[in-house]
Design a protein around this ligand. Structure first.
Ligand SMILES: Nc1ncnc2c1ncn2[C@@H]1O[C@H](COP(=O)(O)OP(=O)(O)O)[C@@H](O)[C@H]1O
Ligand SMILES: [Mg+2]
Length: 273
């Protein structure tokens, strides 16, 4: 069929505020952006500018122990996620939109084997049998580059390195072949060589599974070479948008220039060298 492609995700005027007693603080101040099917879009900005709250507001997930109110529209495949029933949202989370966070240890259960945790998610979402889920969990560990996956599935999270634990979380996130993966600082807790491996893994999975990727980071170096387009966030707003190359070549805002200046060294195409 011909016609203009409709974005997978169309966000318009998204706001989010924390309510504390009679005080309210708006931390996302009306932002708008699109993510097309299979596209990778970066969000970069200094710590505290509202990147994580933006991602959480899209998914209607308030941080533990807080009251978060949101506004605007979040059209996902034409359905406004801010309006659907919580039950519908529960199906969309994990199944159609999955998230990977910064700290893999706190997202894994220390007393269950890695394989059991993947099997649990697979069974919950697909109704697979125990043995099917077991097979699938080994397949997924293999897909994210865990060597000797059948044996390592019986290990506990503390027996894995930080990078391997992040691979496990990515395996869980992609287990149901989501349309969109939101990765919030997925490599910030990892050392530099492992960061590069995890980023390559995300790029490969996006290509192989045809997912869209929303990649959130405070570090422009992470975005370079990874995304089709970047939104620069400052104080709850998007202040600049462009391709990575265009922003590197000609940043319009002093703030964007400062973020770029923090990146160690880049080649002519804006990639880390
Ligand atoms: N649970 C919370 N309760 C109250 N304020 C919060 C909470 N989480 C984050 N904030 C505030 O919201 C703003 C945006 O935070 P966040 O989205 O986490 O920033 P970042 O861009 O680093 O991901 C910050 O000012 C932060 O202090
Ligand atoms: Mg954050």
């Amino acid at each position: 069929m011909m016609g203009a492609p409709v974005a997978l995700l169309q966000v318009r005027g998204l706001t989010a505020q924390f309510n504390r007693g009679d005080a309210a603080s708006q931390v996302v101040k009306g932002i708008s952006f699109d993510i097309g099917a299979g596209e990778s879009v970066g969000f970069v900005g200094e710590s505290g500018c509202g990147k994580s709250v933006t991602a959480r507001a899209l998914m209607r997930l308030a941080p533990e122990g807080s009251s978060l109110a949101w506004g605007g529209t979040v059209l996902f495949k034409g359905q406004d996620l801010l309006q659907v029933k919580e039950r519908v949202m529960q199906d969309i989370r994990g199944l159609r939109i999955a998230m990977v966070f910064q700290d893999p240890m706190s997202s894994l259960n220390p007393v269950l084997t890695v394989g059991a945790q993947i099997e649990d998610i697979v069974r919950r979402h697909t109704g697979a049998s125990v043995s099917q889920a077991r097979r699938r969990s080994v397949e997924l560990l293999d897909l994210v580059g865990i060597r000797d996956a059948a044996r390592r599935a019986d290990d506990y999270p503390h027996q894995f390195s930080g990078g391997m634990r992040q691979r496990v979380l990515i395996a869980i996130a992609v287990s149901c072949q989501p349309d969109l993966l939101i990765a919030d600082e997925p490599t910030t807790a990892l050392d530099v060589t492992v960061q590069a491996q995890i980023l390559r893994l995300l790029m490969r999975l996006r290509r192989e599974l045809g997912m869209a990727l929303m990649l959130i980071t405070h570090d422009f170096g992470v975005i370079a070479g990874m995304v089709d387009r970047v939104h620069v966030m400052l104080d709850g707003s998007i202040v600049e948008t462009g391709t990575v190359d265009a922003l590197f070549a000609n940043p319009q805002q002093a703030y964007t220039q400062a973020l770029l200046a923090a990146v160690p060294r880049l080649d002519a195409a804006g990639r880390l060298v």
